[in-house]
Each structure stands twice: as structure tokens, then as C-alpha cells.
Design a protein around this ligand. Sequence first.
Ligand code: ACO
Ligand code: OAA
Length: 374
Amino acid sequence: MVDKKLSGAGLRGQSAGETALCTVGKSGSGLTYAGYDVSDLADNATFEEVAYLLFNGELPNQAQLDEYKASLFKQRDLPQALKDVLKLIPKDAHPMDVMRTGCSFLGNIEPEADFSQQHQAANRLLAAFPAIMCYWYRFTHDGVEIDCTTDEDSLGGHFLALLHGKTPSEQHRKVMDVSLILYAEHEFNASTFTARVCASTLSDMFSCITGAIGSLRGPLHGGANEAAMDMIQKFSSPADAKEQMAGMLERKEKIMGFGHAIYRESDPRNVIIKAWSEKLAHENGDTSLYDISVACEEFMWDSKKLFCNADFFHASAYHFMGIPTKLFTPIFVCSRLTGWAAHVMEQRSNNRIIRPSADYVGPEPRKVSPISQR
Ligand SMILES: CC(=O)SCCNC(=O)CCNC(=O)[C@H](O)C(C)(C)COP(=O)(O)OP(=O)(O)OC[C@H]1O[C@@H](n2cnc3c(N)ncnc32)[C@H](O)[C@@H]1OP(=O)(O)O
Ligand SMILES: O=C([O-])CC(=O)C(=O)O
């Protein structure tokens, strides 16, 4: 992988600290979590193993994994007070705002009293996030107060079962699991950096994660999977996609799901989720949306040398599994929480408050004139 020339605004190219959690775009291996290539993890591990890796630095053995999953399993349900709060949030609210409120409210009723509880706080959020999303969604959209517990072994399967009210297929469980692995961690991206800045003030875990959710929400970051879906649904065919995208580029519009702040030639997560999107399209017996997505990818590369990032083929993959578009970015939260929390723990382990300087470009010093003279 060729290193991207990094300079200019947005702190690009400047190191803002050290991490042992992840490499992004390092030559030879695009994306690694604690030394493991993301494609190796996607093929040979589960999301719970990856969460354990990020929180503890090593993959679990079978006994450790069993114990970890059993503990998460017990923490999946929501307290009644949180359910009551979720029921107050309107149907037309954005589910990312629901996640932000759910996280923040849980921090009120189950606070992290001190840093010795950091694993507990992170694991509680990990176990509870699927229910926070689905309890609100099903109540406001289907009028049902769902049981927030399921028998599903994995968090990915649990989410699908809560959302659809039925047992997911083995294939869908697998895709969710892979997706959660792909989204889990990505070094000093905007939302993780938000979490680390918050952690550097010695704030609590729930505040760090709440802030990170706010940063992930924007379309230049996690919100791009949702924005990509909205875009591809407007295209009627591969040819129409190419024509409309040419117009968008001419009007200097950003095409969501393309480009990256660090990667230069490709995002290593794309090839993995793209392959699953194709499988799901065939399983559904309708490949038109997948074909449109491939046309978008070809067009963007041919015309601008821009490639799909992790978000682009996630859009069609989630859609093929019957997931409503507005829940795409909240799923990202359910996964990235692991990276955020691991970074909070890492920041705390060797902390200095993050406080960069600014170049002043405002007016010269001046006096306040009386209000009657302004
Ligand atoms: C999981 C994730 O968060 S992945 C990122 C998800 N975000 C998106 O998909 C949103 C669309 N993409 C973008 O807006 C950008 O590519 C970002 C925000 C991801 C990265 O931003 P930057 O690092 O500033 O981009 P970069 O320096 O590579 O931009 C180079 C040029 O390509 C253009 N460009 C980059 N991405 C796009 C895009 N998706 N559509 C159109 N033009 C683009 C930029 O406008 C810039 O043009 P300019 O030099 O004329 O100003
Ligand atoms: O690293 C970034 O800037 C954005 C990204 O891909 C991620 O957070 O997964």
C-alpha cells in the first residue's frame, strides 16, 4: 500500500500520540488490530474475540471466551428506567441521537464510579447497545415493546433477532459478525480522537463514548454508510449511476462512501464486505443494487481515482439483510464502541491532557466601546 501524502488542514499527517491498538495503511498490511490483519480476524475470529483482544491486548482462549460471552449475555437487557426514556424519544428522531441519549442515560443510572470499573462500563455498553437501538426502533416504528433478551449466541445475531423478531439465518449472522469486526477499530479517526480527548481530561467512560457517537454521526465519517444507501437507491441502473455521478462530480458534490483521510489506493475492509454484499445479492435473487454499486465503484476509480471505503458496500450488504437505512450508523456504534473504549483505556494508562495550540488569525487587540457607540 502506497503511503498517502499527508499535509495541510485537519491535523493531517501529524502524530497525535502513540497506540498499540491498530495500524491503518501501514505498508505491507493495511489494517491490523494489535498485530492481527483485519482479514485474518474476519476469516478466523468472531466479534466477541476481537472485543476481547482490543480490551485485553490478546485473543482469548476458549475458556476465556466462554466466560466473556456469558458475562456479556447476562448484560444484554435494559433497565426499565432506560426503556422509559427510549419510549419518550420521537419516531422521527435520528437513531444516532437515540444511541447518544441511551449511552448518556445509562451513564447516569449505572455510572463508572472510578477507573477500576472501566472494563465493566465498556462491556455493559457493548452488551446493551443492540437493545438500546432496537427497543426504541421497534417501539416507535412497530408499536411493540420488545423483550430485550434473545438466545442468540453472538451480539450480531442478537441484534438481528431483536430487530426482526425472528431467528436470523446462519449467513446473516456471519455477515453481521464480519461487519462488526471490520468496523471495530481504526486508530485515530475523528470519533476515536474525540473519545481520547475526552478521556484525557480524566472524564468517565460514558462521557467519552457519548462524545464519540456525536462525532461518528456526521456524513464525512460513520454517517456515510447511510448516505451511500440513500444515493444508490436513487440510481435506476448501472448506466444511470454513472451518468448521475458524473453530474455530482461536476457540481463538486462529495460522493459518500468514497475516499479516505489515510488510505490512498484502497480500504482493506472494502474487498471483504463487498464479497459478502455480492453473496447476499445472489441469495436474495436480485443483484441490481449490487450491480449499481459496482458501477459506482468503477466510475469513481476511472474518473477520480477514488475508491470505496468501508462504508460503501456496507450499505447494500445491510440493505440485503432487511436492515432499515437509518440504523446503519448505529450498528457502526455497536462495533466501534470496542475501539473507542480501548482507546479510552489506553489514553488513561499514559495520560496527559490533550490540548494543542492554535494559530491566531483574528483582529488585533482592541478596546470595548460603549454599547451606544457601536
Ligand atoms: C468509516 C469512515 O469514516 S470512512 C470515511 C467515510 N466518509 C465518506 O465516505 C465521505 C466521503 N469522503 C470524503 O468526504 C473524504 O474522502 C474524507 C472525509 C473521507 C477524507 O477527506 P480528505 O482526507 O480531506 O480527502 P482527500 O485529501 O483525499 O481529498 C482529495 C481530493 O479528493 C476529493 N474527494 C475526496 N473524497 C471525495 C468524495 N467522496 N467525493 C468527491 N470528491 C472527493 C476532495 O474534495 C479533494 O479534492 P480537492 O483537492 O479538489 O479539494
Ligand atoms: O480512519 C478514518 O478516518 C475513518 C475510518 O475509516 C474509520 O473510522 O473506520
